[in-house]
Write a protein that binds this ligand. Structure first.
Ligand code: NAG
Length: 494
């Protein structure tokens, strides 16, 4: 998308052959005055020209102008840079209060050395305003509703014979707050220069998480029936969150802080200098995939569902073999997604011990309405969460990690969607050490899916550590569950 400013400027020019946007600064200069030579700015120009320092100095020197303006910072800056004290950039339904009238603007064109940085700030503020408008439009109730309101939600992903009908929403809602923050940061990512705009990304994340926490607070004591529409609850939390986040626009424009940051953090690094606008489809897709993941995870975490692996990919190592159709090979090690299904009729055959199978609804993943969530995502996301926090990857941890990923530029959580760390927290058991251990019947530690497949775990199979194995068993809802050890000569102790 082209910067609107350039379009306006070019509209009055004769058609120029070739690539007019990069090859005709002279035309622009002639038409618009000195400011024209700074058009077509790049994100990196902000730091290259030390615009952040310039803005700090301006801010410190113009406190009186800001406090004297009814529109605070934006009004004061609009007046100083463009002679327009009505430049409020507020979200009050009017379309024109953040417009840039720069071409031949005498106030701006008389500012000498300040023309460039003043222009960069004007452009960034204008585009930050466009970001807030765009994000409000991306997260419409109807888009999220369509994606998340599925009648079959819980019946698809929940089959346990125990009817765990009511679940506290607290933890899942806190995780939703992080997803809202990730979505807001993702919507603001200007392009490849992630490191330069890390500060702005962190501000967007923190601001949106703060807004989401307000919305979450109102639902904190809710519970939901497993058959009720979890998707609808999540959708409304997200839209409530974004309503309160877009109100951040007004605070920032007026020069106030929002969740500890003022507008300078939001536009730092040139994050919005060349910002092309919210890619609404990409953002809604990423958000719905993450929200679907969180909802599925919530249902899976109440059932006997787990990830097991850690031995060589594809090699028979004497500990059995898992279901290849639900596996991921990472760093030479294979990991499988399992569900230990209990028999639902009284039986005296070995089927009384249940069998391992594909988790409820897993056959629906990766296609149709759940095309954005794959079995691989569940395994990758759960493994990453386990590697960071074992069986205790809390919502708080998730928020801290997303923030760290953005501020230190080691990942872009939004672009990973449902595979982002901690969207899934299915308990992981690393049985790699069993290859060299002498557990009884260790040939049966891993089994493929099947009505006659019953894994046998006669030892501290997870990391060769009894406590770890106990923790895994409990995390996977198998405390007191005899099936995996009923063939062992001695109780393995978990
Ligand atoms: C899962 O992780 C593996 C190894 O890091 C990677 O190759 C694969 O693309 C990941 N899958 C998804 C769906 O992210």
């Amino acid at each position: 998308m082209l910067p609107t400013l350039t379009l306006t400027a070019l509209a009055v020019l004769p058609v120029v052959q070739g690539a007019p946007f990069t090859s005709s600064p002279a035309h622009l200069y002639k038409r618009c005055g000195p400011v024209g030579q700074f058009y077509n700015q790049k994100t990196s120009d902000w730091d290259d020209k030390k615009t952040g320092n310039w803005l700090d100095n301006w801010w410190n020197a113009n406190g009186d102008l800001m406090s004297g303006s009814s529109a605070g910072f934006a009004g004061a800056f609009g007046q100083w840079a463009m002679g327009n004290p009505d430049w409020t950039c507020r979200d009050d339904g009017s379309d024109s209060d953040c417009d840039l009238q720069l071409c031949d603007n005498r106030v701006l064109n008389d500012r000498g050395d300040d023309i460039r940085p003043a222009y960069y700030v004007l452009e960034s503020v204008n585009r930050l305003h466009m970001y807030f408008k765009g994000i409000g439009e991306a997260f419409t109730v109807s888009a999220l509703d369509a994606a998340l309101s599925k009648d079959s939600w819980a019946t698809t992903f929940y089959k346990d014979k125990d009817d765990k009908s009511v679940t506290a929403l607290k933890e899942v809602l806190n995780a939703v707050a992080t997803v809202v923050g990730i979505g807001a940061a993702f919507a603001g990512l200007a392009g490849p220069e992630a490191a330069a705009v890390a500060g702005a990304e962190s501000a967007l994340l923190a601001g949106a998480v703060g807004a989401a926490n307000l919305a979450v607070g109102e639902h904190q004591d809710d519970t939901f029936e497993k058959s009720a529409d979890l998707g609808k609850i999540l959708g409304s939390v997200v839209t409530d969150s974004l309503k309160s986040f877009t109100s951040a626009n007004n605070d920032l424009m007026s020069g106030k802080t929002y969740d500890d940051d003022d507008i300078r953090a939001y536009i730092s690094g040139g994050a919005f200098l060349a910002y092309p606008g919210v890619d609404k489809n990409a953002v809604t897709d990423a958000m719905t995939n993450m929200l679907e993941g969180i909802a599925i995870n919530q249902l899976y975490r109440t059932q006997k569902i787990f990830v097991m692996g850690g031995a060589a990919c594809g090699d028979a190592q004497g500990i059995g073999g898992g279901p290849w159709e639900a596996s991921v090979c990472r760093d030479g090690k294979a990991w499988y997604l399992y569900y230990w299904q209990e028999n639902d009729v009284i039986s005296t055959t070995s089927h009384q011990w249940g069998w391992v199978a594909s988790p409820p609804g897993a056959d629906q993943l990766g296609k149709n309405e759940f095309s954005g969530v794959k079995i691989e995502d569940i395994i990758n996301s759960s493994l990453d969460a386990y590697n960071v926090a074992g069986y205790d990857y809390t919502a708080e941890k998730g928020s801290e990690r997303a923030s760290d990923a953005l501020s230190n530029s080691w990942a872009n959580p939004g672009s990973q969607g449902a595979s982002w760390e901690g969207i899934f927290t299915v308990p992981v058991c690393d049985i790699g050490g069993a290859v060299d251990a002498d557990y009884q019947l260790k040939d049966y530690i891993l089994q493929p899916y099947g009505h006659d497949s019953r894994p046998v775990w006669c030892g501290p199979i997870c990391g060769g550590d009894l406590q770890k194995t106990k923790d895994f068993i409990n995390a996977a809802n198998m405390g007191g569950f005899k099936s995996p050890k009923h063939l062992c000569d001695q109780d393995p102790g978990y």
